[in-house]
Design a binder for this molecule. Structure first.
Ligand code: ADP
Ligand code: ZN
Length: 216
């Protein structure tokens, strides 16, 4: 199964991604996670990406596309993968098309999660992330059992630097301008599965699975 997950920051992509990769037993390729890991380890890639990410801007295509091409060439991606955070622009989508044609494979579906801007801002300002395994929590709707500690691995929870109101607004504006066009792009290719994700965490998974099953 080859999937792309689309959705604004805060639309619930992280949770949906975790559920989908478990269901289909495929690797989860999150460009945001790869950048954050490189920033943490102070690699050259991390140092370059950090300045853009802190401003809520996109990392340049030259950097991002090469990184994804490299990742998709790994053996664990042979039979499938879930892309989360890529493509984010039509240019990246075109680059992905070239990568896929090189291996003579194609996407099965593009899942787009929908949520109002208002709901998104509310969710992001109360979001907390595990510094060790990346699992996300929400102080309103999805609290950890113990304050500040990850239920899954015991790691410390933190607030992402880019989950601050000004940066959030910038990221949403970028999403609407640069990434929203991908919705039509994939709709025209008959790949789009659009799901409203306003409900409780995890509650729209059955709808996504049903939609994917009916396409197979
Ligand atoms: P979110 O979806 O919550 O904004 P991500 O974790 O997907 O967060 O990404 C965090 C940041 O990493 C983005 O704001 C952007 O700066 C950078 N980034 C992630 N994916 C891409 C991409 N495909 N192209 C360019 N920049 C990216
Ligand atoms: Zn954890």
């Amino acid at each position: 199964m080859r999937l792309i997950l689309l959705g604004a920051p805060g639309s619930g992509k992280g949770t949906m991604a975790a559920d989908l990769v478990k269901e289909y037993q495929i690797p989860h390729i999150s460009t945001g996670d790869i950048f954050r890991l490189n920033i943490k380890n102070k690699t050259p890639l991390g140092l370059e990406a950090d300045t853009y990410i802190q401003q809520g801007a996109l990392v340049p295509d030259s950097v991002t596309i090469a990184m994804v091409a490299d990742r998709l060439a790994q053996p664990d991606c042979k039979t499938g993968f879930l892309l989360d955070g890529f493509p984010r622009t039509v240019e990246q989508a075109e680059a992905l098309k070239v990568m896929l044609s090189a291996c003579k494979c194609k996407m099965d579906a593009v899942v787009e999660l929908e949520l109002s801007d208002e709901e998104i801002i509310g969710r992001l300002t109360t979001r907390r992330v595990c510094s060790s395994c990346g699992k996300t929590y929400n102080l309103d709707s999805n609290r950890p059992l113990q304050d500040g500690i990850c239920d899954a691995c015991g790691g410390a929870l933190y607030q992402r630097d880019d989950d601050k109101p000004d940066t959030i607004r910038q990221r949403l504006a970028n999403y609407n301008r640069q990434t929203m066009p991908l919705s039509d792009y994939y709709k025209n290719q008959n790949l789009l599965v659009r799901i409203n994700n306003e409900g409780e965490v995890g509650s729209s998974l059955p709808a996504v699975l049903a939609a994917l099953r009916s396409r197979a």
